[in-house]
Design a protein around this ligand. Structure first.
Ligand SMILES: O=P(O)(O)OC[C@H]1O[C@H](OP(=O)(O)OP(=O)(O)O)[C@H](O)[C@@H]1O
Length: 206
């Protein structure tokens, strides 16, 4: 049986989706105070997005990295993708020095793809939990801390987890594009970038 065709995406395509989405984000939530990229796939879109979220002459928006890995239990279909391991997390110490903590800030979480939504669910709920604990310890309220989410691609499929809007405090969820449930081939994974880009162009994703 032939392998299912992958959904090829070029660097230009990612760049343009980030540009278009940054304009929408600025309209809907204003300029974020902090971008949190979920590694590894979220790092490149996070950096591209920053270019378009900042106006000339303004300070760069800081980007923090978090690392999350999905451990799939292939033996049990019910638990696939349910275990997430933090491989890297925010350094509140460093953030406090340079950033006066995250409480009350406009925070944008970025990843390249929303597949089963497990990762985004985890990232939002754990960030909320940690910042809420911090807020409580300082006698402050988390409700003016806005959490938004941007993904380059959202796969149109049944999700395994939800994004809890009540944690977003007025923030938004935005995808650059909603796509079919196919294997997305991103350019940073390509061995032969010229061949990859040609395929992306052929599919109209350039
Ligand atoms: O919606 P989900 O089903 O949770 O899947 C999406 C996640 O899966 C991929 O991460 P992966 O762990 O493959 O690592 P990578 O980002 O380093 O490529 C991707 O970068 C997302 O973070």
């Amino acid at each position: 049986m032939p392998l299912p065709e992958k959904y090829y995406v070029s660097y230009n395509c990612v760049h343009k989706l980030c540009k278009k989405s940054a304009e929408e984000l600025l309209e809907r939530i204003g300029k974020p105070d902090l971008i949190i990229g979920i590694g590894g796939g979220g790092f490149i879109p996070a950096r591209i997005l920053r270019t378009f979220l900042k106006h000339d002459g303004e300070k760069n928006i800081p980007i923090q990295a978090i690392g999350l890995s999905l451990y799939e239990d292939m033996g049990n279909q019910d638990t696939i993708g349910t275990e997430i391991v933090r491989t890297q997390w925010l350094d509140f110490g460093a953030l406090e020095k340079n950033f006066d903590s995250l409480i009350g800030k406009n925070i944008l979480i970025v990843d390249e793809v929303d597949d089963t939504r497990t990762t985004l669910h985890y990232a939002l709920s754990e960030l909320y939990k940690d910042i809420n604990e911090k807020a409580k310890s300082l006698g402050r309220d988390i409700h003016d801390t806005k959490f938004s989410i941007f993904v380059v691609h959202n796969k149109m499929k049944a999700k395994r987890a939800d994004i809890d809007e009540s944690m977003m405090n007025g923030g938004v969820y935005l995808s650059g594009e909603d796509v079919p449930d196919k294997w997305i081939a991103y350019p940073w994974e390509a061995n032969d970038i010229d061949d990859h880009t040609r395929r992306a162009v052929e599919q109209g994703h350039d």
